[in-house]
Design a protein around this ligand. Structure first.
Ligand code: ATP
Length: 225
């Protein structure tokens, strides 16, 4: 006799995650750790958010449109990822906290929402605008990144991490926000800075980013000087 579907079986919670970056260009150091993280934590969707870089900061070499197109090309065949243009479409640059507020308005306050960062970003989180409020909007999922310390340099930040850190990712679906999970993701020594420099020097970047992005960079003549 075929098994009947057990209607008492608890439904897996839907967990969406946001992943912001300059993506100048997007590379495997962004994509591969996040794919592993999604598998480990049961993320259903990762929303890539190319940043609007404020005028007073060093500007990306590619335009906002080019960075967006590279992100779209990189994930066009992957159902895990979608791309959201809201930060690029704002006339004024927004902070991450503003973006989280905007997603919360859409999703409501009950659905689990996560924000993904690399270890380097975690270590400088205390410099982010209203960083203390981030966990009121989302969980933080942190991908390992080689070359960065695994501990904060201040006791205050280390205590903050200890207070919110969880070790069992299945807890992420149990509340909408407030946890920090440091994931055991592959260590990839890839940075956009290095890719831009390699292009300038005429070196191959084949193993560092998707072929579709590499072709786009070539066709647009990006990162040559
Ligand atoms: P750049 O070299 O221009 O500073 P980047 O390669 O660090 O760029 P960003 O777009 O600034 O890339 O990063 C977006 C997010 O991706 C950040 O949270 C960062 O920590 C994370 N990230 C980038 N590269 C890696 C990597 N190799 N491993 C893990 N996380 C990464």
């Amino acid at each position: 006799m075929p098994h009947a579907i057990d209607s008492t079986c608890p439904k897996q919670p839907v967990i969406k995650a946001l992943f912001g970056g300059t993506f100048d260009p997007i590379h495997y150091g962004h994509l591969q750790p996040v794919e592993t993280l999604a598998y480990q934590t049961g993320l259903n969707q990762v929303i890539l958010l190319p940043n609007h870089v404020p005028p007073h900061r060093p500007q990306p070499e590619a335009t906002a449109q080019q960075r967006l197109e590279m992100v779209q090309l990189a994930v066009q065949d992957s159902p895990l990822f979608t791309v959201d243009k809201r930060e690029l479409e704002r006339t004024i640059p927004s902070y991450t906290i503003d973006t989280l507020e905007s997603f919360r308005q859409e999703l409501g306050n009950k659905q689990p929402l996560a924000f993904i960062i690399g270890q380097d970003a975690l270590l400088s989180l205390h410099t982010w605008h209203r960083w203390q409020e981030l966990l009121s909007f989302c969980h933080l999922l942190v991908c390992a990144r080689p070359g960065y310390q695994t501990q904060f340099s201040t006791t205050e930040m280390q205590q903050w991490l200890t207070k919110h850190q969880i070790y069992d990712p299945s807890q992420l679906g149990s509340k909408p926000n407030g946890y920090i999970y440091l994931a055991d993701t592959p260590l990839l020594s890839i940075s956009a800075t290095d890719i831009r420099q390699r292009h300038q020097q005429g070196l191959s970047c084949d193993d560092l980013l998707p072929l579709s992005v590499q072709k786009y960079i070539d066709s647009q003549g990006l990162y040559r000087q």
